[in-house]
Design a binder for this molecule. Structure first.
Ligand code: GUN
Length: 295
């Protein structure tokens, strides 16, 4: 069997088109322009690329964007003061602080300072808690993008054995939470594996849907997956450069061997990555509508 490729490029494009129309409708009917502020501290090249793509996508969709790039030695007070200003700014509906932050800044203090109504990442404890009790306002972008990839490519999650590898606050924990919800596009039986899991193979091997956010290049090999299963690869690793100087990327899954065995798989790049950005835009538009009381 050769797997179907679940294209995040194609599915994110569909959602982009839907959003573009929604942004145009909000402008025409209510004179509303959703606004996103991005905050980047330091010069990490991967983070710079991610923030650049977010700003570019805002421009393409007609969403107002404001980019705040701060030096790596920025202190916590300065960052908190910026967040306070953005919380009060009515042009801004979403505030995205790119993670990870430099180690001298306490990440939890920063996430706690963002107005939960503008927390389009869904990382504020209030939004984490709302998801946990099944009443979410904003779903975290990467996990929400994974759910959309599954739903829009016709993968049945109802009653499925989902195995998540990785327990981060950004992907592993929230994707487990989302897929165990009592609602359509979820209702799965979810197992979360991590670095202390005793026998990873025994879990991955029985997954109908395997979601890998482990942070290790090509960790999941063909013998670790079930024949006919669905594999979602969240990892992105730079493993070299082409002659033209472009980055060569790979995921947490050994794509070449695994694709011979499974029913469907996401590629890297072009799988989960483009979904994260488009779900951020979805949350920003939702926030603008909630702020204006528009449905
Ligand atoms: N770093 C890696 N993924 C994310 C994300 O979804 N949001 C933010 N703010 N930072 C990240």
């Amino acid at each position: 069997m050769v797997a179907e490729i679940i294209s995040g490029n194609a599915i994110s494009k569909q959602i982009r088109e839907e959003l573009k129309q929604e942004v145009a409708r909000l402008k025409a009917n209510y004179n509303i322009v959703p606004g996103l502020a991005t905050v980047l501290v330091g010069e990490d090249p991967a983070s710079q690329t991610y923030v650049g793509s977010k700003v570019k996508t805002c421009n393409e969709l007609g969403i107002y964007s404001e980019r705040h790039d701060l030096s790596a030695d920025t202190d916590e007070q300065t960052l908190l003061a910026l967040i306070d200003r953005l919380n009060k700014d009515t042009k801004i509906n979403g505030i995205l602080v790119q993670l990870p932050l430099p180690k001298d800044i306490n990440e939890n203090n920063i996430l706690l300072a963002i107005d939960p109504k503008k927390d389009v990442d869904g990382f504020h404890p209030i939004n984490v808690g709302k998801l946990m009790i099944g009443e979410p306002d904003y779903l975290p972008c990467t996990p929400h993008g994974i759910q959309q990839l599954l739903v829009r490519s016709g993968v049945e999650t109802e009653g499925a054995d989902v195995v998540v590898v990785g327990r981060s606050n950004i992907v592993g924990k929230p994707v487990a939470n989302i897929l165990m919800q009592k609602r359509t596009g979820a209702n799965a039986t979810v197992t979360v594996c991590h670095t202390r899991t005793r026998d990873l193979y025994s879990h991955t091997k029985r997954a109908d849907i395997l979601i890998v956010a482990a942070g290790k290049p090509k960790e999941i090999t063909a013998e670790m997956v079930k024949e006919g299963s669905i594999v979602i690869d969240v990892g992105v690793h730079r493993i070299g450069k082409t002659k033209e100087g472009k980055n060569i990327l790979c995921g947490d899954v050994d794509f070449e061997s695994v694709k011979e065995k499974v029913k469907a798989i996401t590629p890297v790049p072009g799988g989960v990555g483009p979904m994260t950005i488009v779900m951020l835009m979805t949350n920003t538009v939702k926030s603008a509508k909630l702020a204006a009381g528009v449905v």
